[in-house]
Structure formats: structure tokens, C-alpha cells
Design a protein around this ligand. Structure first.
Ligand code: ZN
Length: 498
């Protein structure tokens, strides 16, 4: 894989495999507080506005009048905050590493002189320090940068949206919007977005096979009604898109909030996404975005000369380490499922066609496909906003890795939605979606029950070893709170354990 040192990736993958779940799967949270009335609006600090949702900020921004100096100061302050926070957790990871090394040395030096209990106590400490180290490392490398990216995107939105809005209105009034890239929305399905889509089918098939072989792919949800429903929504969107290859859809039994399309029409939807979606237009919006990646052949364009084998080489190595390293019999997918960072962190972004440029393209085409299929095209942006504001940067790290947050995508999405011809009835909710949610409840419940029983198998190699509670994140909590979390110590054996 280009640009990622192999060793680093391997270590990083291993880290992912030893996480405990800490956050409830399908927990719903109240909507973010509504913004204050306009008269009082300006009294809020600029930082205060950054905790609002994107949708609210689109509305509020034109009435806010911060000075360029204030924007600059806030931007610098965020940059500094991110740097300090990242360094703090990187430093913690190093300290845990040192503690692990010290204990390993102790094992070596004392050797046979250790009693069985003493030895188990050290094993337990090492195991728990490793958990804490990997948590700190994933926070430093993924969750914290994502949180700050989101804040920077919102800051830019407050600053730039009023002018962008004016421009959009002018383009609408003059009719100039019809000449935008892919403005020929009446010809969806008959125009050319990318030639030779069928050439990607083999790549996709190979990737799916490789994922199954390495245990990366969670098992499908064993509920035909759910599979059929998601398939019908996806096929409906595909029929109204520029996709020319058959679409294969599978709902995976994973708590992760994500969906991804492998090249050539292989669409995977994780159970967590269905739990997090509140209506059919949100689901359709996410599926349309993924279908757009395939229609535009983004994976093919980014992969260039990389082969599936080279992409999955690291994953295969990890599976081998795992299956021979003391957790025999437990598939990699369990580890990924119970690690709350999920599959989206492991998947190769080139394979998925994720880059800033291609995200903008998939946002635009996705909005068009959802709209063409009869849905409210704002579904995707609303779902994105929910992830950014309510679900949060820690729980949604996997989502944000495959759907990176930045200002341009929010504005461009809003622009495209404004330019799409209005339809008298745009579908937001359906009874079929509500029925699917009912079907989903027992599936979620069973999965959570299983999750509550399984982690001990995976994590507790050392018998009676109490794992540390991971850092708790509450939706809507400012990132600064998480950055201030004091360093924790690793717990040892349960006191009553014999
Ligand atoms: Zn994307």
C-alpha cells in the first residue's frame, strides 16, 4: 500500500483488534439544543457555535458577524488545541509502552522465582496496559484529528457560507447553474460518468473473497426481511443512477455505523448504520453516495497499479497472527466488531475510492441519484451532520475515516441540493423503513447480548483479569473535555479471583 509503512500498519491493525466495546449500540440521543434566538446569538462565543449542527449553522451563519481577526484567532486556537491534545495522547501511549517493557523485563529477570499468582498479575497488567496504549494511540491518530477537522469545517462554514449562499442565489437567478459539472440531471443513466465499469467487477469480487478469507467481513444479518428491504432501497437508487453493473447488497451484522462499496457494484451496509438512520431518505442518501463511488470508478482510479493482493497482504498477516496468537478460533471480525473503531478503519481507502476530490464527486452524484429515485436529496447531509454532531468523533471514527469532514463538501452538497429541480413529493420516510426498524430490534438485542458475553473470550487471555474501562465519550461533549482526561492506570486481577 502506497504511503503507509507496512510495519506501522501492522501495529495499527493489531491495536484495533483488542478494543473493548464501551458505547451502547443503538442508543438514541436527543437532538442538539436548538440555537438561541437571533438577538442573543452574537453573545455566544465563536467556539460555542462550533458545537452546533451543520444544518443549524447554515441557517445562523448569515446573521453572525465575527471579525476576520476573530476567525483567525479561533482557527489558530483550534490548531494549537489539536496539537496539544494529540501530543498528550501520543505521550501517554509512549508511557504505557515503557511500563509494558518494564514488566516484560521483570518477567525475564525473575523468571522461575515468580509464583503463579505473581506471574498472572504481571500478564494481566501487560494486557491492560496494551489496551490503554492502543486506545491512546487510536485517539491520537484518528478520533482527535477528526474532531478538530469537524470544528475547522464548521468555523469555515460560519465565515464563508454567507458569500457562498449569495453566489448560489445568483447562479440560480441567472440560470448559470445548469452548466455546472454533471448538471445534465435529466440524462442520469444515459450519460457517461466513467466508461468500462464492468472492468471493476473482477476487482470487487477478488476484494470480497480476500475479505472473507482474512476474516475481515462480518457475517450477514440473518434476517431476510432486513436484507430484502435494504436491497430494495439500494436497487431503487441504482436503477436511477449512472451505475451500469449489477449491484450486490449485503447487510453485515456489525455495530459499526458505516456503509461501503467495493469496486464493481459490491455494496455493504453495516447494521449500525440502520440503527443510526432515522428515515429512508437518510439511508438512501448514504447508499446513493456509495453507489456514486462505483459509478464514477473512484476505486479503480485511485488503486492504479496496486493489486488486491498487495492491499490485503497486511490484513492477511494480522489474521495469521491473531489465529495463532492465543485467541484461536475467534475470527478477526469479532475483534473488529467489538473494537468500536471497526472495519472502516482497516479498509483501504484507495480501494474504496476515498479522497477529498472523489468525496465531493460522490456527494454530488449521490444527491442526484437519491433525488432521481424520488428521495429528499438532503438525506445524506443530514445523516452526515448527525454523525458530526450527535454521534460524535469517537464513536464515528470509522465513518469519518471513510467520509472525511471538510467545509467544501458541506457547501457543495448544499449547493447541489439547491440546484436540483424541486419535485412535488420527495420521500423522507416510509412504512417499510419503520417496519425494518422493528425487525432490527431483536437483531440488535441478540448481537449486544452476544457482545457482552464474547469480549472476555477475546480480551482476557489472562484469567480473572479485569480490563480497564475505556475513556467515556458522551455525544455533544466538547473535544476539549476528552483532551483533559487524566492518564489512567491499568487494573490488575480481580481481587476475589483465586
Ligand atoms: Zn465517499
Amino acid at each position: 500500500m502506497k504511503g503507509v509503512p507496512r510495519r506501522a500498519l501492522v501495529i495499527w491493525l493489531v491495536e484495533l483488534l483488542i478494543f473493548l466495546p464501551v458505547y451502547g449500540g443503538g442508543v438514541r440521543h436527543a437532538r442538539t439544543p436548538t440555537p438561541p434566538p437571533r438577538a442573543a446569538a452574537q453573545e455566544r462565543s465563536l467556539r460555542g457555535y462550533l458545537d452546533m449542527s451543520y444544518v443549524d449553522l447554515f441557517q445562523q451563519a448569515p446573521s453572525l458577524h465575527f471579525t476576520p481577526a476573530q476567525f483567525e484567532q479561533q482557527k489558530k486556537s483550534l490548531e494549537k488545541g489539536e496539537e496539544q491534545c494529540v501530543n498528550r495522547f501520543k505521550d501517554q501511549a509512549k508511557q504505557y509502552e515503557k511500563q509494558i517493557e518494564a514488566l516484560q523485563k521483570e518477567l525475564k529477570v525473575k523468571g522461575a522465582a515468580l509464583s503463579e499468582t505473581e506471574r498472572r498479575e504481571i500478564h494481566c497488567k501487560i494486557q491492560n496496559l496494551d489496551l490503554l496504549r492502543s486506545e491512546a494511540s487510536v485517539l491520537a491518530n484518528h478520533a482527535i484529528p477528526t474532531a478538530y477537522d469537524n470544528l475547522q469545517a464548521k468555523l469555515e462554514l460560519i465565515q464563508k457560507w454567507p458569500a457562498a449562499y449569495q453566489q448560489i442565489q445568483q447562479e440560480l437567478a441567472s440560470g448559470a447553474y445548469t452548466t455546472r459539472r454533471w448538471g445534465d440531471v435529466k440524462d442520469i443513466g444515459y450519460r457517461v460518468i466513467a466508461k468500462d465499469q464492468q472492468d471493476d467487477i473482477k476487482t470487487g469480487q477478488q476484494a470480497v473473497q480476500e475479505m472473507r478469507r482474512t476474516g475481515l467481513l462480518p457475517p450477514p444479518v440473518k434476517n431476510k426481511a432486513i436484507q430484502d428491504y435494504v436491497n430494495s432501497v439500494a436497487q431503487k437508487v441504482a436503477r436511477h443512477s449512472d451505475l451500469k453493473v449489477p449491484l450486490h447488497v449485503e447487510v453485515l451484522d456489525s455495530r459499526e455505523i458505516n456503509a461501503f462499496a467495493l469496486p464493481g457494484g459490491y455494496l455493504f451496509v453495516e447494521r449500525g448504520l440502520l440503527e443510526a438512520a432515522d428515515n429512508e431518505s437518510e439511508l438512501a442518501g448514504v447508499l446513493a453516495h456509495e453507489i456514486a463511488h462505483d459509478a464514477a470508478r473512484h476505486g479503480h482510479k485511485l488503486m492504479k497499479r496496486a493489486t488486491i493482493a498487495s492491499i490485503f497482504f497486511q490484513a492477511a498477516q494480522i489474521a495469521a497472527i491473531l489465529l495463532t496468537g492465543g485467541v484461536a478460533g475467534i475470527g478477526t471480525y469479532y475483534a473488529l466488531q467489538y473494537g468500536f473503531y471497526g472495519l472502516g478503519l482497516v479498509l483501504n481507502l484507495q480501494l474504496l475510492g476515498v479522497s477529498r476530490e472523489y468525496e465531493l464527486q460522490a456527494d454530488q452524484l449521490g444527491a442526484q441519484y437519491a433525488w432521481n429515485a424520488g428521495y429528499d436529496p438532503a438525506g445524506f447531509i443530514k445523516f452526515f451532520d448527525k454523525m458530526a454532531t450527535q454521534k460524535g468523533y469517537v464513536n464515528g471514527v470509522s465513518w469519518f475515516r471513510t467520509h472525511p469532514p471538510f467545509y467544501q463538501r458541506m457547501v457543495d452538497s448544499e449547493r447541489e441540493i439547491t440546484f436540483l429541480p424541486k419535485k412535488p413529493e420527495m420521500v423522507v420516510q416510509t412504512s417499510a423503513f419503520e417496519q425494518m426498524k422493528k425487525e432490527l430490534q431483536p437483531v440488535t438485542k441478540a448481537a449486544e447480548q452476544e457482545a457482552a458475553e464474547k469480549p472476555s473470550l477475546m480480551v482476557s487471555k489472562a484469567e480473572g483479569c479485569q480490563p480497564p474501562p475505556l475513556i467515556e465519550y458522551k455525544p455533544g461533549q466538547p473535544i476539549e473535555d476528552l483532551c483533559a482526561t487524566p492518564m489512567r492506570t491499568a487494573p490488575g486481577l480481580k481481587p476475589n479471583h483465586k
